[in-house]
Design a protein around this ligand. Structure first.
Ligand code: HEM
Ligand code: NAG
Length: 359
């Protein structure tokens, strides 16, 4: 065979593989998938939408499931590859008796206990289930991302060591160093914190159960990136708690880490950029989550079942607003190279942000 023939044959083979593959596998309820192994995830989807997310809501369980993807995966270290944890390996569920005792994991036990029987029922690994549930949960949020979902993580894990998950009161250089040791730049930390746009706290200050981090905790919008830059005026709940910063709005709780990362020169411009560009916020979150979800794994050895993740409803607006009762003057603009953009200011008096209802 001549070199030319080999080249032509190779090109053919490559073309055949690159051709858009049809969905060959028939799954339940008339759905199809490229890979037959993805079919079971449609059944997991139906089950968790109904029995974990209250019929497809972006409520407390969706928020907790998204948080859990992080707390499982970040148990990973490039500097201590053998002892730093196995990444997105399900260890937080398999060894919950150990990992839920770590201070930073306060509160994750609830959603672990809700998820575990579902993972066992469907015979999927804990590592896969945690990443899948987080991706489905956040797809329920208005304007949410459609996260990549790769399946096939082994069901084996060792407990992650303590101190891999950052805490809101940690010094900022310690937070960036820890995240850097898992492969994330400061700007990627800012990207990951889009997650706090669909979030609330129960354990920083337990006296205000469900106090959200922005005024729209069911929308994956950019409000979080505006509201964290407003001047803080008072604490929410029973006085200053560890890891809490002054909040601009009654009922809203601000984490110390979010306060600092919004203003740090390493992240302030990335942070501000999302205020007028929710779609960039989503794209960057999708990208950085595709890294987080496979920490400790070789992605090429997993199967792409992303097609099972629902397509979220679009956001109400690509541009965030200043909440009622505040003006542009209340913004602590922190990006040195670009002024804070002019955005709509909602009319009316300042209002209290209601808690996320428990379900
Ligand atoms: C600098 C790093 C981070 C710190 C210090 C931090 C800290 C916290 C804290 C203290 C809470 C409140 C928990 C409670 O009291 O119930 C929280 C909630 C949450 N976090 Fe983070 N977080 C960080 C990064 C992330 C990342 C990377 C994600 C996901 C990709 C994430 C997702 C969430 C979600 C969704 C909630 C809300 C949970 C709920 O509403 O029940 N966080 N975070
Ligand atoms: C995964 O391991 C846990 C124990 O950590 C077990 O309960 C579960 O059934 C296992 N799942 C699979 C699919 O093997």
């Amino acid at each position: 065979m001549s070199f030319k023939t080999i080249f032509a044959l190779t090109a053919l083979v490559v073309a055949a593989y690159a051709a858009p593959s049809t969905n060959n596998a028939a799954c339940s309820k008339g759905r199809t998938a490229k890979h037959a192994t993805c079919c079971k995830w449609f059944d997991v989807l139906d089950d968790i939408q109904e029995n974990l997310f209250d019929g497809g809501e972006c409520g407390e369980e969706a928020h907790e499931s998204l948080r859990l993807t992080f707390h499982d995966a970040i148990g990973f270290s490039f500097s201590h590859p053998l002892t730093g944890g196995g990444g997105a390996d399900g260890s937080i569920m398999a060894h919950s008796e150990i990992e839920t005792k770590f201070a930073a994991n306060n509160g994750v036990d609830d959603v672990i206990e809700q998820q575990r029987p579902l993972a066992i029922k469907h015979g999927v690994s804990f590592g896969d289930f945690i990443q899948f549930a987080g991706a489905v949960g956040v797809s329920n949020c208005l304007g949410g991302p459609r996260l990549q979902f790769l399946a096939g993580r082994a069901n084996f894990s060792l407990p992650a060591p303590d101190k891999t998950v950052p805490e809101p009161q940690d010094p900022i250089n310690q937070i960036f160093a820890r995240m850097g040791d898992a492969g994330f730049s400061p700007n990627e930390v800012a990207d990951l914190l889009a997650s706090h746009s669909v979030a609330a706290q129960d354990h920083v200050d337990p006296s205000v159960h469900g106090s959200p981090f922005d005024s729209t905790p069911s929308d994956f919008d950019a409000q979080f990136f505006v509201e964290t830059l407003l001047k803080g005026i008072s604490t929410t709940g029973s006085g200053p708690a560890v890891g809490e910063a002054l909040s601009p709005l009654p009922g809203e709780l601000r984490l110390q880490s979010d306060f600092v990362i919004a203003r740090d020169p390493r992240t302030a411009c990335e942070w501000q950029s999302f205020v007028t560009d929710q779609s960039s916020m989503v794209k960057k979150f999708e990208k950085v989550m595709s890294k987080l979800a496979v920490l400790g794994h070789i992605p090429a050895l997993l199967t792409d079942c992303s097609e099972v993740i629902p397509v979220p409803k679009p956001a109400a607006s690509n541009i965030a607003h200043i909440p009622a009762g505040k003006t542009l003057k209340d913004i602590e603009a922190s990006c040195k190279v670009k002024p804070f953009p002019t955005i709509p200011v909602l009319p009316g008096p300042i209002s209290s942000i209601p808690p996320v209802p428990p379900s």
